[in-house]
Write a protein of this length. Structure first.
Length: 347
């Protein structure tokens, strides 16, 4: 690619899944073209499968051709930072693996200087609790990805929209970059997920629900309400009604408890180290009610690889047809889109 053709300039970024990074930059005024591809590795002309295996050292990346009279390189850095999690060295959001790490590949010394300055400014801002780990490396070679990856968001809008929502990318970024006043308003709205007193909970919950959510208990496998539930809908906290999981992410783990590959709302899930029973496990609790839900294990189905093993007693199931009247209408579209993608799906 000729960087100087038509007086355009080139920026190269790795921001996780290149479907998302390409889509984000395509919307920016002054950007003329965005190409998805691979860079930063040691193999010439790698395939998607080779990059996904992690053996080539490449990352999924985009090359951004932009008009410098409309947008500067510094501006493009601002776009990049606002669309990634720069503190995650092992992937981006739901996509795990070094091929999804974040990186800036500079084409000249001026780009290098601006990239390092922008990284330092972001670190000093205190916006992220963890250190910024995004790599800044010299650009070497860029290999265009297969045609079906180019403009994926435009050619497959339903699938892309579903993937994007389930990845958790936008939810994370909205939380990080939202205006403080907006965040305060959102926090006020979250008060609707309230928790009763212990006496009130004893009256509201069954003995098993109280034992599980308040006393960190475990219900018997294969003898609980939702382990074999195949209906479409969402699962909310039985105490606070905060949304937790979706049937779209539920799978048969063979354990006898409801199992999910990921949360519906990651912000409503809290993970804690559990050292009971002489083993170290990761406990899962709800954010607003602090209900004990279950545990998460690293033996789930690929590509995510997680298994959220949850007690039915900590959940209340809301069928998709009741979402609107129950106040969860924002999730109805997920099931409408899924029916278009997989019309014969048993869910």
């Amino acid at each position: 690619m000729n960087e100087q053709s038509n007086n355009l300039e080139t920026a190269t970024f790795a921001g996780g899944c290149f479907w998302c990074t390409e889509s984000d930059f395509e919307k920016v005024d002054g950007v003329v073209e965005v190409i998805s591809g691979y860079t930063g590795g040691h193999k010439e002309n790698p395939t998607y499968e080779e990059v996904s295996s992690g053996g080539t050292g490449h990352v999924e990346a985009v090359q951004v051709l932009y008009d410098p009279t409309k947008i500067t390189y510094k501006d493009s850095l601002g776009v990049f930072w606002r669309h990634v999690n720069p503190t995650d060295a092992a992937g981006q959001f739901v996509d795990r693996g070094l091929q999804y790490r974040t990186a800036i590949f500079y084409h000249n010394d001026d780009q290098k200087r601006l990239a390092e300055e922008s990284r330092d400014e972001l670190t000093k801002s205190g916006r992220f609790e963890k250190p910024v780990v995004t790599e800044i490396d010299r650009f070497s070679a860029f290999y265009r990805a297969e045609d079906y990856h180019q403009d994926y968001y435009a050619k497959n809008p339903i699938r892309y929209k579903y993937y994007r929502f389930r990845s958790g990318r936008d939810q994370f970024l909205e939380n990080v970059w939202s205006d403080p006043m907006e965040a305060t308003a959102q926090h006020s709205e979250d008060k609707r997920y309230s928790k009763l007193s212990h006496e009130g909970l004893r009256q509201k919950l069954t003995p098993m629900q109280y034992k599980v959510t308040q006393k960190n208990g475990t219900e018997p496998p294969f003898n609980n309400e939702y382990w074999d539930n195949k209906k479409a809908g969402i699962y909310v906290d039985v105490v606070s009604a905060e949304p937790l999981f979706s049937s779209l992410d539920k799978f048969d783990s063979g354990t006898g408890w409801p199992s999910f590959t990921r949360p519906l709302e990651p912000d409503n899930i809290v993970e804690k180290e559990d050292r009971n029973f002489f083993v170290v496990r990761t406990e899962v609790r709800s954010k607003h009610a602090d209900s004990h839900l279950g545990h998460v294990f690293p033996d789930g189905p690929k590509p995510i690889g997680l298994r959220y093993c949850i007690n039915s007693a900590s959940l209340r199931f809301i069928p998709k047809e009741d979402l609107e009247k129950e106040g969860y209408g924002q999730y109805s579209g997920l099931f409408e889109e899924w029916s278009l993608i997989c019309p014969d799906d048993t869910k």
